[in-house]
Design a protein around this ligand. Structure first.
Ligand code: G4P
Length: 298
C-alpha cells in the first residue's frame, strides 16, 4: 500500500465527513471510485469544483446525478469563493444522522470533523484556503487532538483537517486518461501534445461544435478521412501565426495553445462528460489517448 493511501486510511478514522472535490468538467474521470469503499460509513459531500469552467447546464445535471445516488453535491468555484458559503448548510444535512445520534447520547455541540479529498490538481488547497478564510483558528497538539494533526476550526459546528487526502487517479481506462490529460492532471511532458489536441478537437466537435471555429475565426471543418483533425490544427496554427523557421506550420505550438485555451476557459464553459450517459460510457474505452511513455504522473 502506498504511503498516501495509508495516511488517508489513518486520517479517515478521525473524521465524520468526507468532502470530495471533483473537476466539474470531467466529474467521473477526476474521481477515484475507491473512495466509496474507503469512506464507507462516513457522511459524504461531493463538490463540483472549477464549476466556472464547466457548462452550467451540465453542472446542474451532475448535481442531480450525485443527489440521485444519495450523495449531497454542490457546485463551487474555489478561486472566487462562489458557492462556498452554502457548504455549511449542506454539512448539517449530510451529517444530520450523526448529530442526532450525538444528541441522543447527550453529546451536545461536538463539531463535525471533516477532511477534503481529491486527485491532484482538482483544487483541494485552493478550496481549503477559500473555505477556511482568514477567520479560522488552527488547533493542534492539544490534549485529545492527535499529535501532529492540525484542525482548522471553521465554526462551532465544523472542524477541517488542514491537509487534504490525495487520491490517486485511475488511469487504467483510455478515456479517463485522456480526460485527465485534457484538464492538466497528467504530466504534460509525457504527452504528445499534437495528438492530445487532435483528441480534444474530436471531443469538442461532438459536444461543442462551434467553440473552436468561434475562438480562432476558422472554418473548424475536419478534412475527410482519419487525419481530419490535423487540418483543424493547421487552421489554428495559421490563424495564430504559429510558424517554424521558413513557412512551415508549428503544430506543437498550435496544440499547446488550443489545450491551454481549453484549460483556462477561453474556449467557453465546457463539460466533457455527461451525466445522462450510462456510467460505462463515461469511463469506457472510446478513444485513444496516446502517451509516449509508460510512466504517468501518479
Ligand atoms: P490541488 O491542491 O488539488 O492539487 O489543487 P490546487 O489547489 O493547487 O489547484 C490547482 C489549480 O486549479 C490552481 O491553478 C488553482 O488556482 C486552480 N483552481 C482551483 N480551484 C479552481 C476553481 O474553482 N476555478 C478555477 N478556474 N480554477 C481553480 P494554477 O494554475 O496551478 O495556479 P494559479 O495560476 O491559479 O496560481
Amino acid at each position: 500500500m502506498t504511503k498516501a493511501k495509508r495516511m488517508m486510511q489513518e486520517n479517515l478514522k478521525l473524521i465524520d465527513l468526507i468532502i470530495e472535490l471533483v473537476d466539474a468538467r470531467v466529474p467521473m474521470a477526476s474521481r477515484n471510485p475507491d473512495i466509496d469503499e474507503l469512506g464507507k460509513g462516513k457522511s459524504r459531500i461531493v463538490l463540483l469544483n472549477k464549476s466556472d469552467l464547466a457548462d452550467p447546464d451540465c453542472n446542474r445535471a451532475w448535481m442531480r446525478y450525485f443527489e440521485d445516488r444519495g450523495i449531497y453535491a454542490l457546485e463551487v468555484n474555489s478561486k472566487s469563493g462562489s458557492g462556498i458559503k452554502a457548504i455549511n448548510g449542506l454539512v448539517q444535512k449530510a451529517c444530520a444522522e450523526k448529530i442526532e445520534r450525538d444528541r441522543k447520547r447527550g453529546i451536545l455541540n461536538r463539531p463535525v470533523r471533516a477532511m477534503v479529498v481529491g486527485i491532484p490538481n482538482v483544487g483541494k488547497s485552493t478550496f481549503i484556503n477559500s473555505f477556511a478564510g482568514k477567520a479560522c483558528t488552527k488547533t493542534g497538539n492539544k490534549p485529545g487532538v492527535t499529535k501532529g494533526k492540525q484542525w482548522i476550526r471553521l465554526n462551532k459546528n465544523l472542524e477541517l483537517l488542514d491537509t487534504p487526502g490525495i487520491l490517486w487517479p485511475k488511469f487504467e481506462d483510455n478515456l479517463v486518461g485522456m480526460h485527465l490529460a485534457f484538464i492538466g492532471s497528467m504530466n504534460d511532458e509525457i504527452i504528445i501534445m499534437e495528438e492530445l489536441a487532435g483528441d480534444l478537437l474530436e471531443s469538442l466537435r461532438e459536444l461543442y461544435p462551434d467553440a473552436v471555429a468561434k475562438r480562432y475565426g476558422i472554418s473548424g471543418e475536419p478534412a475527410p478521412g482519419s487525419h481530419g483533425m490535423a487540418r483543424i490544427l493547421e487552421e489554428i496554427a495559421r490563424s495564430r501565426k504559429c510558424f517554424l523557421k521558413g513557412e512551415s506550420l508549428d503544430l506543437k505550438k498550435a496544440a499547446d495553445l488550443l489545450v491551454d485555451d481549453f484549460r483556462s476557459g477561453r474556449l467557453g464553459r465546457i463539460t466533457l462528460e455527461r451525466s445522462e450517459l450510462p456510467e460505462t460510457q463515461n469511463t469506457g474505452e472510446r478513444m485513444d489517448v496516446r502517451i509516449n511513455a509508460q510512466e504517468v504522473d501518479q
